[in-house]
Every structure is written in C-alpha cells, then in structure tokens.
Design a protein around this ligand. Structure first.
Ligand SMILES: [Zn+2]
Length: 281
C-alpha cells in the first residue's frame, strides 16, 4: 500500500523519467478510473499531444504537470490503496490489472495498474489544482512542512484521539498508514493507545523527531514493499526500507532497543498494531 515515502519515490522517478515526454496515445481500459470525465474519449483527447512537465505531490496525490494551459494544467493520479505506476517498453505485454496506458512519442509507456474503486485519474485545470492544494493544506506533510515541535504539540492537544488513530488520519498527517505509524510510535517510544492530548513536552519532541526521521529514512531507501499486495516502484522494483522495520510484522521477535519480545494487538476497524510492551509507554 503506497504511503507517503512510496508516493514520494514515485514523484521523484516520474519527474526524472516522464518529464518532458509528449503523450502520443491514451488507452483507458477501465472507464471507472476516469469517472470525473464525460467518457474515456474526452479524457484521452484532452491528454494526447500534451507534454508532461514537473511532477509534484499533494499529500498522497501525484500531479503530473501538463503544457495544456490553465484549462488542463495537470494529470492527477490518486493511487488509492493498491494503485501502481509502471514505466515500460511499449512492446511489453499489458498486464491484466492495467487500468490505463499512456504512450509517449519517443517510445515507452506509463502504465497505471490496480486503481481499484478508490483510485482515479483526472485532468485538472489551474483552479482545480489550487482547490486540491487547499484541501491538503490542513494536514501535516512531514516532507514539505518545516513544522516546529511546539506546533505539533498544539495540534495534538487540540484533538483527543489515540496516537495511532491520529497518525493514520489523513486530515492530521498526510500519507501515514499502518506501517509507518507503528514505526514512528516505536521510534518515539510511545504506545499506540496514548491519548494525543496527554503527551509531555518531551514526548511531543520525541514524536516530532520520530515522524521526521522515519519518513526521511524511508524516502532515502525508496519505500517499503510488504504485505499481500506489496507496493512496487516505477520500474517494478521493491523498496529497500523493509530491513529497517523495527516493529511492523515483527511480533515475537526481540525489540531492537530493549530485547523484549514485540507484541501485536487487534485494534478498532479490524486493524493490527505492532509495538514493544516495555519501552513504548
Ligand atoms: Zn523495547
């Protein structure tokens, strides 16, 4: 499942690999992925002949810049929980799960797979891009915002929720899912069920540092590919953060900090959290 470090890895690679390329053809294989458009053809017609520019990220959305003027400023990619992007040779066989294919005039394809019912593609004008930016502005983006620990403390105090639920709330922090939430809480020495407004100044500082360090290290290592449908990068490769995982799916193994066996617990929403029962409090 793509969380913030995985989406950032894609942003970086898209910028390098498809920036400057001209769209020669568009094939939308599943109409639901362009549901904001009148039909598949309208989406394709607006995209063909455009040149891609810089790719930016708004939370977990990817915006591929287009040279189409203010009416068609970006191709927005919402990957949903399992979506993937793959850069391939045009001659490579098209996978069954492929939802859309963009072919470039200098060769090569950008393929969009597994968007499911939540992911989508749409073309946005400049004003729509600004609206999207506004919508994401309320959430902390650990890669984009230089948020001081005091400001994090104020936001934690303004909500009263369990820490793990808050960290995975996209209106609070962008792009933190089950993997990085557990890793951040372990790095900060905090239990998943602590109330957000109960943290001391020192604990807020620890959480602040943990968010920055875990996310930045995961970006440096190009994300993590774990679970039943592991995330893969633009070239189909795995992320390299998995050996760095301290708690996620390591129940029964000794804590890297205090050697106590790690535990897992079922929490609300049928989810599982992994933590150290001794050094997280
Ligand atoms: Zn421990």
């Amino acid at each position: 499942m793509p969380e913030l470090p995985e989406v950032e890895t894609l942003r970086h690679d898209l910028d390098k690999e498809v920036g400057g390329r001209k769209v020669k053809a568009v094939e939308v294989r599943a109409a639901r992925v362009v549901r904001r458009h009148r039909n598949r053809r309208e989406f394709g017609d607006r995209l063909v002949g455009r040149k891609l520019g810089t790719t930016v990220r708004l939370g977990t959305l990817l915006l591929l810049g287009l040279d189409g003027g203010p009416e068609t400023a970006a191709l927005v990619v919402d990957l949903g929980p399992h979506g993937r992007l793959l850069k391939q040779r045009s001659a490579a066989p098209v996978d069954r799960q492929t939802d859309a294919v963009l072919s470039f005039s200098v060769g090569g394809d950008l393929r969009v797979l597994d968007l499911g019912k939540d992911g989508e593609l749409f073309l946005a004008g400049q004003s729509e891009v600004e609206e999207l930016a506004d919508r994401w502005r309320g959430a902390i983006d650990p890669l984009a915002d230089a948020l001081a620990w005091q400001a994090l403390g104020a936001r934690l105090g303004a909500r009263r929720e369990r820490l793990r639920a808050l960290l995975t709330d996209p209106t609070f922090v962008a792009g933190i899912g089950p993997v990085y939430a557990d890793e951040i809480l372990w790095a900060g020495g905090l239990r998943w069920d602590r109330d957000s407004d109960s943290l001391t100044a020192q604990e807020v500082r620890r959480l602040h540092r943990a968010i920055q360090e875990v996310v930045q290290e995961a970006v440096r290592l190009r994300g993590v590919s774990v679970g039943e449908t592991p995330w893969l990068d633009l070239h189909g490769g795995k992320g390299e953060f998995e050996p760095q995982l301290s708690v996620y799916q390591r129940e029964g193994q000794p804590c890297r900090r205090c050697r106590t066996p790690l535990v897992h617990e079922r929490i609300q929403g049928g989810r599982t959290t992994y933590y150290c029962p001794k050094c997280q409090s």
